[in-house]
Ligand binder design. Sequence first.
Ligand code: PLP
Length: 426
Amino acid sequence: MSDSELAILGGKPVRNTPWPRWPVATSQTMANLEAVIHSGRWAISGCLTNSSGYEQMFCQKFANYQGSYYAVATTNGSAAIKIAMQEVGVEPGTEVIVPGLTWVACASTVVELGAIPVLVDIDPKTLSISVKAAEAAITDRTVAILVVHAYCSAADIEGFVNLANRRGIALIEDCSQVHGAEWQGKKLGSFGQLGVFSLQQTKVLTCGEGGIVTCNSPDSYRRLQQYRGNGRIYTTDQKPGQLALVEIGEVWGANHALSEIHSAIALAQLEQLDAQNTLREVNASYLANALEKIPGVNTITPPSGLTKRTYYDYVIQLNPDIIGPFSIHQVVTAMAAELGTFIETLDAPMNSNILYNPLLFKTVTDKKELEQLNPKRFDLPFAHQAYNTSFAFLHHLLLASTKDMDDIVSAVLKILGSIEKLRDKE
Ligand SMILES: *Cc1c(COP(=O)(O)O)cnc(C)c1O
């Protein structure tokens, strides 16, 4: 069998050496873990010890990193979105504008708060939410726009700040895919009232499961703490042996608190973020340069305002005439077999995503509200076009050497050379 035979058809794969692993623990990660375990304080609701709490240290350090005054950590990114939504007044009778091409939690948290997610299309160039589509979707019930910076690009944040100010609507930035990215030298996540981040396993900053919200307003900080801690906030008078949290109960809170153990990990991982982002950027630029030379293959050109670009995933697009609309899954499987790693499609557009079925959320019974929740009522042509022509790999491949990037290029070339065989297989 020749070397040109595709690996999924029994040929020799382009690569059989391993890729870098993710996440990467350092000696600092292990030292923090050991220290927190021995500290006698595993949760922020535990009594204070003689040393500083990890959750507070992490929140302070992350807020500084972002150029924001405050940060409140949560159990996961979904909880971060939820408390941010609560803070800007998302409740029954309100609407939130959400991109139609993103992770399901961006819309499902809105549903859980009893509000209506209004799904809008993406900008096909950035694969992130379109300012124009968002503006067209505003009604007198719109209280917030969830801007998701997605797929190794970013939304036009200047356009969104302008829109939100003009229309008096809150702006929440979901930066779960862009930790460390900057727009005109300022961190994404610091443009809206609130920035939210996931710290889940696959993200470029992770502690396994976690999330965090940033803000500048002291009043927001006070309420966000209560939404995540059953109405409790940090006392300004911290004493060893006593509780760190005091009960004030000004808003209806729940428990979304990040554990001290997770916080200790996150604190150590944050130290690696900039160096890892820089390495990924070098490899990603090399890769884009090589891939752009292949006819029919495109990479994502970020908006010019994105002065520091980061990579959660790396997206490769094929011209629609090369790839039939239903073949992207074949390309994903073929790439995975050539490279010996996980390759994925983009998230399924939210109006045809099996994970997003608000009609299963049984507390809604009102017929009119059920109609408003129905995702099928939204038209998302650019989201579908992007989904049908794109595949992606996760960022840890970009932590390999520049030479390893050639394997990715070889795999793309090999598959394009035999694309007819994929069609036959379908
Ligand atoms: C990962 C992700 C989330 C959800 O975060 P979890 O920590 O898994 O709850 C939300 N939004 C975006 C854009 C994400 O990529």
